[in-house]
Design a protein around this ligand. Structure first.
Ligand code: ADP
Length: 499
């Protein structure tokens, strides 16, 4: 099959979070399974150009209709780890993608609406006719809307769209002016609640809502989260819409790239190891202690790696630190936040524990260090308020580190409780708690620390179970290919629902 992916991120050239890893990992596995894949991204000025091979001009002049005229763009092509990528460059005065950063600008909806328009205009003008366009998140959610309303009639009528939603909290919205800019016009049509009218604010148009209504299939990144967004407040107002469209909505668990995340070959570790040579983990624990000046001793290391964001359960991360230290464990944290208030709070905490030889906080983004932590820690805590999929617990499982997680989203789909699951013992790989108060977390941490201290053989058995679980992209990519195939053969251009 011939697939074009459109996204705002792709590792390692443009990475802010898990989305970048998904685009890179899924595209690589689809190619390994003999599909043709191209990735279209904006040509950001802040990309890691050193990781792009053979960058050259693909199309010199692309004119993208915008507002009352057209914007001059060009398209570059290059290879990122063997994947063919196209980079859309706009030469408008707005400099949409030449701002030194990936996100966070005042005109964000306009930047991404423009990107969507440029992607479709490029496909139309270049004669490229893929089977499926795979759009990611709200930034690319206008693709199916523009396709059905404008570009299908102009020559892209056979194109089908799969939309993956990585985070329902971010939906993208704009006022009616966006309709003029994109050429969609007809405010009465688009403000309709069945199309793009925002469910909370009647003067907004909601991009993600439009994406769900107009795409042929919408996926979120774990089966549990697909249930949560329909039945709990985690749909952030879109639960009812998803319920209406449930026949073409589902959850596919993300994978991790097994070549890139492999303790047997990871060059950033003090010692490589695998399931059959687990003792190699000790050298990494020692290296981690040395790096953070933690004292040596018979204590488990609990770690947190991730964004410091309200989604991640900040109060519980802090509580895990205090509780772990009070119960004979060491604690290391690697995290960063774009929010100055949250950052300041963690810098305060860092100062408070500065002289504690059992604790270290590293407030930065550092992937090699993250790898050493995954390898050197005994447990990793992920107490998220909501977690569509979560990669940290999957990486931890691969590195033989026991996850202690809240039972939400992808965490619930990947971590099987050692004590209380009804699944066979050989599938149990961590500790799960349910409530978002401190008691649930404390009880799960106590069980983890207790097993480590009093039944080390059991603890080792548990992490071996985690390492044995296949969390690679092999299976998820097959599921995506099934969906592409299904929408290509079965689905009308509007997903069967666009009015
Ligand atoms: P999200 O996408 O919500 O941020 P995920 O768990 O899906 O969370 O993905 C987070 C990814 O980013 C993981 O690969 C994790 O190792 C990495 N990561 C997060 N914070 C840091 C950090 N401070 N330093 C290094 N890697 C980080």
């Amino acid at each position: 099959m011939d697939i074009v992916m459109a996204a705002s991120e792709c590792a390692p050239i443009a990475k802010v979070g898990g989305l970048a890893d998904v685009v890179h990992g899924l595209s690589g596995e689809l190619m390994a399974q003999d599909h043709r894949v191209e990735i279209i991204l904006p040509k950001y000025d802040c990309m890691h150009y050193d990781r792009i091979d053979d960058l050259s001009t693909e199309m010199e002049d692309l004119w993208v209709p915008w507002c009352d005229g057209a914007v001059h763009c060009s398209v570059m092509a290059g290879r990122v780890d063997g994947r063919r990528c196209l980079f859309l460059d706009s030469h408008s005065d707005d400099a949409y993608f030449n701002r030194g950063g990936f996100y966070g600008y005042r005109d964000e909806p306009y930047r991404w609406a423009f990107f969507c328009k440029a992607v479709l205009q490029y496909l139309l003008d270049s004669g490229r006719r893929p089977d499926v366009l795979h759009a990611h998140d709200w930034q690319c959610a206008l693709l199916p809307v523009l396709l059905y309303e404008i570009y299908a009639g102009a020559g892209l009528k056979d194109l089908r769209v799969c939309l993956t939603v990585h985070n329902f909290m971010h939906q993208g919205s704009a006022d009616g002016e966006i309709l003029r800019a994109t050429g969609l016009h007809r405010p009465d049509h688009f403000y309709d609640q069945e199309r793009m009218g925002d469910q909370m604010n009647r003067s907004w148009l909601n991009f993600l809502k439009g994406g769900i209504v107009y795409s042929n299939f919408t996926v979120t990144v774990s089966p549990r989260h697909a249930w949560e967004v329909r039945h709990t407040d985690q749909g952030f107002g879109l639960g009812h819409l998803l319920h209406i469209h449930q026949g073409r909505f589902g959850g596919i668990l993300n994978g991790i790239e097994y070549d890139a995340w492999n303790p047997a070959t990871d060059p950033h570790l003090a010692a490589n190891y695998d399931r059959d040579s687990l003792d190699g983990k000790y050298a990494n624990k020692a290296a981690l202690r040395e790096r953070f000046l933690l004292r040596d001793g018979f204590k488990p290391i609990i770690a947190y790696v991730g964004r410091l964001d309200s989604q991640k359960g900040i109060h519980l991360i802090r509580h895990a630190l205090a509780h772990g230290l009070a119960h004979g464990a060491q604690f290391v944290l690697l995290g960063s936040s774009p929010d100055p208030d949250i950052n300041a709070r963690f810098w305060d905490l860092k100062r408070q524990v500065n002289d504690n030889e059992d604790c270290h906080l590293e407030l930065t983004f550092d992937e090699p260090l993250a790898r050493l932590i995954y390898a050197g820690a005994d447990m990793i805590v992920v107490p998220s308020v909501f977690e569509p999929c979560g990669l940290t617990q999957m990486i931890a499982l691969r590195y033989g580190t026991a996850p202690v997680v809240r039972s939400v989203g992808g965490l619930a789909d990947t971590v099987v409780d050692w004590d209380y699951s009804d699944r066979p013992q050989e599938e149990r790989n961590g500790f799960v708690f349910h409530s978002s108060d401190t008691q649930g977390l404390e009880s799960a941490l106590n069980r983890a620390i207790g097993l480590w201290n009093h039944f080390p053989k059991g603890f080792r058995w548990m992490i071996e179970n985690g390492m044995a679980r296949d969390l690679s992209w092999r299976q998820p990519a097959r599921h995506y290919a099934d969906i592409y195939d299904y929408i290509r053969v079965k689905s009308p251009p509007d997903g069967g629902t666009a009015p």
